[in-house]
Write a protein that binds this ligand. Structure first.
Ligand SMILES: [Zn+2]
Length: 290
């Protein structure tokens, strides 16, 4: 089945699913407490529950963004065949690559891969296994990531523990092929309307991405949000945010930006469609699924 395509100005935006994870709410958002939420929370949370039950569904996917003249991906999932300590990411064999083709994308014709951050579930399909080697999945694309997270990924500490292997199988082959651009936050001139925004905290150099076209905006929040309940309670971090205070500040900034620009917000791990609009509600925010 073909995925829903969203239109923002001249762009078409399509989800490329990889896997679904399932969490107890406090396993995803440690401060989760529905008793403090108002009645507006139910229509926001219910579509993210698994079969209406107590578990939350957290997808992993990419966004494929296309215009007449440019094609790019935002984030690239976990990837197949990876040795990872986090069991749900270990040695996946999904049909993600076939799904890209089914959406009409020739991998050789992708122009850019934009990485919000260097975590294992956002850079995996940067590469694929070919003849016992990791090779760029998109050999004619420029891979774009932030300088700060690029430096973190090169650091020896990143090459052990839960991030072991990510640099070696998903980042280093791109560097060796000379296909990468390490950037600072700000407008990204090669793609008309794209701006990278510094949103540190979930990772040290996390970047959100806005895409403006014909008076409309798409906002790719990366892991600024892990669940829509954080729109109602931006002070609730995920269990995976590395630095708590900057993560909260970045989330507040991103929600304000998305609300004030009436952007269509594209999440990565948000249950339901993972797409919605952020609205101001007094001095707080709320979410409308799209
Ligand atoms: Zn993530």
């Amino acid at each position: 089945m073909s995925e829903k395509t969203y239109r923002v100005g001249q762009w078409q935006i399509t989800r490329i699913p990889e896997i679904d994870l399932y969490f107890d709410p406090a396993g995803l958002i440690p401060e989760w407490d529905e008793s403090v939420l108002g009645e507006e929370a139910a229509p926001i949370i219910e579509p993210t529950r698994e079969n209406g039950g107590s578990r939350l569904k957290a997808p992993v996917h990419s966004w494929l963004v296309r215009s007449e003249s440019c094609r790019f991906l935002v984030d690239t999932g976990v990837g197949n065949g990876r040795q990872r300590t986090f069991a749900p990411f270990a040695n996946l064999q999904t049909d993600y690559f076939d799904r890209l083709r089914a959406e009409g994308l020739n991998p050789n014709e992708l122009d850019f891969v934009l990485c919000t951050h260097m975590h294992t579930d956002h850079v995996g399909w940067n590469t694929r296994a070919d003849g016992g080697k990791w090779v760029p999945t998109f050999p004619n694309a420029r891979y774009v990531w932030g300088r700060v997270d690029g430096a973190v990924a090169r650091h020896p500490r990143f090459h052990q523990g839960p991030t072991a292997g990510v640099f070696e199988d998903s980042v280093e082959p791109i560097i060796e092929a000379g296909l990468f651009d390490e950037i600072e936050p700000g407008p990204f001139a090669p793609i008309d309307g794209v701006t990278f925004h510094s949103t540190p905290g979930h990772s040290p150099g996390h970047l959100a991405i806005s895409l403006q076209s014909r008076g409309e905006e798409a906002f790719f929040g990366g892991d600024v949000l892990h669940h829509q309940v954080q729109v109602l309670r931006p002070e609730w971090n995920s269990a995976f945010c590395e630095d708590a205070e900057p993560a909260r500040a970045s989330r507040l900034w991103a929600l304000g930006h998305a609300a004030d620009s009436n952007a269509l917000y594209f999440g990565v791990h948000l249950g339901g469609s993972s797409v919605g609009r952020v609205k101001r509600m007094g001095d707080r925010f709320t979410w409308i699924h799209e």
